[in-house]
Design a protein around this ligand. Structure first.
Ligand code: ADP
Ligand code: ADP
Length: 226
C-alpha cells in the first residue's frame, strides 16, 4: 500500500520576474514500511518534496497524498513525525519536556512512560532533566528524533537531520536510526546529500536528477534489505 505519493507534481516559486521551477513533473511513491532516501544535488528540490508531504507547501500542479489523503489531514491527526536540520528544541525546557512537546501541541495528556521509552531508545535517559544547551550537538539531534517519534507517527519525514554533525557522530546516529526503523518499520523518507548514509539506511534510494531548479527525472535504486 502506498504511504506517500506524488503524482505529476510541479512546484513553481514565482519571485518577482523570475519563476523558479523547483519540481517539474515528479512521480514518487513510497510504500508503507519502506525506508527511502532522497538524494540529489543541492537545489534539486529535495526539501520541497518533504515540505509538500508535510503539508507546509501546496503543489502548483499535481497531487500529493499521504495514506490516500491530503497531507494536512495527517498533520492534524499527528500521524506525521518531522525532524528537520534546524531541530529547534525549546532552550528553556528540559529534554524530557521537549520530547513531550507533541503531546501538549495535540492537547493530550503527556504519556510519561512513552517519553521515558523514547529517551531510552535514543540513549538520553540520563539527560531527561538537562537543558538542550547542556548537551552535545549529536544528543540534541537525537532529542529531535525522539520528539518526532513521540506520538507513534505512521510516517517519518527527515530533512538532513544530521546535517551539522561531524562524520563520526553522524554515523553513530545513522546506526541508531537504522535500529529504530528495523524495530518499528515506520515509513521513512530521508533527505540527505550523503550517498553513504542514503545507501546505509534505505531499502530504496531515489535520486532527483536534472539540473537544479529544473527536475524532470526520478531514478530508483533498490537495495537488498532483510
Ligand atoms: P534541495 O533541498 O534539493 O537543496 P530545495 O527544495 O530547497 O532543494 O529547493 C529547490 C529549488 O527551489 C531551489 O532552486 C530553491 O532556490 C527554490 N526554492 C525553494 N524554496 C523556495 C522558496 N520558498 N521561494 C523561492 N524559491 C524557493
Ligand atoms: P557528540 O555529538 O559530541 O559526538 P554524542 O551525542 O555522540 O556526542 O554523545 C556521546 C556521549 O558523550 C553521550 O552519550 C554522553 O554520555 C556523553 N556526553 C556528551 N555530551 C555530554 C554532556 N554535555 N554532558 C554529559 N555527557 C555528555
Amino acid at each position: 500500500r502506498a504511504a506517500l505519493e506524488l503524482s505529476g507534481v510541479t512546484k513553481h516559486f514565482p519571485l518577482r520576474r523570475r519563476n523558479t521551477v523547483a519540481l517539474d513533473g515528479v512521480d514518487l511513491t513510497v510504500e508503507q514500511g519502506e525506508f527511502v532516501s532522497l538524494l540529489g544535488p543541492s537545489g534539486c528540490g529535495k526539501s520541497t518534496v518533504l515540505r509538500l508531504l508535510a503539508g507546509l507547501e501546496e503543489p502548483t500542479t499535481g497531487r500529493v497524498r499521504v495514506h490516500d489523503r491530503p497531507p494536512a489531514a495527517l498533520v492534524n491527526d499527528h500521524r506525521l513525525g518531522i525532524a528537520f536540520q534546524q531541530h529547534a528544541l525549546l532552550p528553556w525546557a528540559s529534554i524530557a519536556d521537549n520530547v513531550a512537546l507533541p503531546f501538549r501541541v495535540a492537547g493530550r495528556p503527556v504519556d510519561r512512560a512513552r517519553v521515558t521509552e523514547l529517551l531510552r531508545l535514543t540513549g538520553l535517559e540520563e539527560f531527561a532533566e538537562a537543558r538542550p544547551r547542556q548537551l552535545s550537538g549529536g544528543m540534541r539531534q537525537r532529542a529531535a528524533i525522539a520528539r518526532a517519534l513521540a506520538l507513534n507517527p505512521e510516517v517519518l519525514l527527515l530533512d538532513e537531520p544530521f546535517g551539522s554533525l561531524d562524520a563520526v557522530t553522524r554515523r553513530r546516529l545513522n546506526f541508531e536510526l537504522a535500529r529504530i526503523w528495523s524495530e518499528q518499520r515506520i515509513t521513512t523518507l530521508l533527505v540527505t546529500h550523503d550517498v553513504e548514509e542514503a545507501v546505509l539506511l534505505a531499502n530504496r534510494v531515489v535520486v532527483l536528477t536534472g539540473r537544479p531548479g529544473r527536475v524532470r527525472h526520478v531514478e530508483h535504486i533498490d537495495l537488498p534489505r532483510p
